[in-house]
Design a protein around this ligand. Structure first.
Ligand code: PFF
Length: 455
């Protein structure tokens, strides 16, 4: 509990936790994964993964954070002083920091695109490049991302904005920012969703998104859905442990986990309801519908064919920037809380210590998409390597150790005590949660780790 902080209200707790969960993962990663893995079938499996793996692991992190009342590492140390379970927390701190190195860069892109939407630059045709197709936006993105100064400066601006919010503290910084930004995000999402429903082939898009093709379900689809569920619920890297250390004693952990996961699923569905009608209506379901090109190429292309492109793109990139900032602050808070709790540092000092090196690492990560793209290790650049290492290795490992700790080794009554608030709440779901943490989550994570490492 960095500097003895606590969120001030139930709404603040939900806003901050949802702020962490709803991020680039929902808007950027989810639709691309859905399209690559069979549309509605992926959505269905994603929901199953959230219910049976996401919620138990989130509850596990909540239990550790609120019982330990400290950062990710020290919470473990408090609950099990003479065993090395704190290593899971250490994985969390390292993993979250590595994630920041590329997350801040992509968040920076969203800010630049917001800026270009406001000035109208985004829709000014590039000279010498064919018009009326994805080519324009593809070229624009390639040039921008591989450039030196603009993406680096936006990365720094983004780090500075997050640092400023974080330096203001848990209530006045994180909670206040989330309370303002989250409602904004939902209003924008709903406006965009309504406007997507008016597109010419909206119903075809929705049909693709909602009619499952079960023949597309393979083990790979399960693995992708589980990875997506973990990333999008901010699990396996100490974020939820850290935020839970700011929860109140009477916060209902089960209700919070279900609400946050439910909202996460709802946002993913809304995003699908925006993108698929757009893609179908303008015949864009080809090559470009992958990873970052979806957000920075396909979306602008869709807006360009709608009435008043600037309006939609300002709304959309505001949505993305807001989603990215509230997630970035939660990822940064893992390290800041560690410095505050472990070394008794003042929050402002801890923020500087965490954010300054990030400026250098973020810059290197940004440059690895351009001038430093030849600097590779096992075929990965700094940017793609940090992404793969965290999502495929460190994150699942952290979640695995946590489940084994809670399921098998933690003090007997810890989970029940925390989930029922010392017996004040009904505990009929405690046994299933313990069962899942003990047997199901560890086995499934091991299968995923092995498969993703060796295939
Ligand atoms: N959940 C965020 C997203 O979907 O973009 C990303 C994230 C935040 C991952 C916090 C991990 C984390 F600890």
């Amino acid at each position: 509990m960095a500097n003895n902080s606590e969120f001030s209200s139930k709404l603040g707790i939900i806003a901050a936790t949802v702020g962490s969960a709803v991020g680039l993962g929902n808007i950027w990663r989810f639709p691309a994964e859905t399209q690559a893995n069979g549309g509605a079938a992926f959505l269905l499996i994603y929901v199953v993964c959230v219910l049976f793996f996401g919620i138990p692991v989130m509850l596990g992190e909540f239990v550790i954070g609120r019982a330990g009342r400290s950062d990710a590492i020290n919470s473990y140390k408090k609950l099990s002083p003479d065993k090395p379970w704190w290593v899971a927390g250490l994985f969390g701190v390292v993993c979250s920091y590595l994630i920041l190195t590329f997350y801040m860069v992509v968040s920076g892109w969203t800010m630049e695109y917001l800026y270009q939407s406001i000035t109208g630059e985004l829709f000014r045709p590039l000279e010498g490049v064919e018009e009326g197709s994805n080519v324009q936006f593809l070229q624009r993105m390639d040039e921008y991302v591989s450039g030196v100064w603009p993406p680096m400066i936006w990365t720094w601006i983004n780090i500075a904005v997050c640092g400023l919010i974080l330096s203001m503290g848990v209530q006045k910084g994180i909670e206040k920012a989330s309370n303002i930004m989250m409602p904004m995000l939902f209003v924008i999402l709903i406006v965009l969703c309504i406007s997507a429903m008016t597109l010419p082939k909206a119903s075809e898009g929705l049909a693709y998104f909602f009619n499952p093709d079960f023949s597309k379900i393979t083990p790979k689809v399960w693995i992708s859905a589980l990875g997506q569920a973990f990333f999008s619920l901010s699990l396996g890297m100490g974020t939820m442990i850290t935020y839970a250390s700011y929860f109140k004693k009477d916060t209902n952990l089960m209700q919070t986990a279900v609400t946050v996961s439910g909202i996460g699923i709802f946002v993913a569905i809304l995003v699908g309801m925006i993108i698929f009608p757009g893609v179908m209506s303008f015949g864009l379901e080809g090559e470009s519908f992958k990873g970052s090109t979806l957000v920075f190429v396909t979306f602008p292309e869709i807006f360009n064919r709608m009435w008043c492109p600037q309006l939609w793109s300002i709304l959309f990139f505001t949505l993305l920037a807001v989603a990215a900032i509230t997630s970035s602050i939660s990822i940064s808070e893992v390290s800041i809380a560690y410095f505050c709790d472990h070394y008794g540092m003042k929050r402002k000092m801890a923020t500087v210590i965490v954010m300054l090196p990030l400026m250098v690492l973020g810059a290197l990560s940004s440059l690895s998409n351009g001038v430093l793209s030849d600097m590779t290790l096992f075929g990965f650049t700094i940017f793609s390597g940090c992404d793969a290492l965290t999502a495929d290795v460190i994150m699942p490992l952290g979640a695995l150790i946590m489940s084994v700790f809670l399921g098998w080794f933690a003090p007997k009554n810890l989970i029940r005590e925390q989930l029922t608030n010392g017996g004040k709440l009904k505990g009929y779901f405690v046994a299933p949660v313990i069962f899942l943490l003990k047997w199901v989550t560890p086995i499934v994570i091991v299968i995923i780790l092995v498969t993703s490492l060796f295939t």
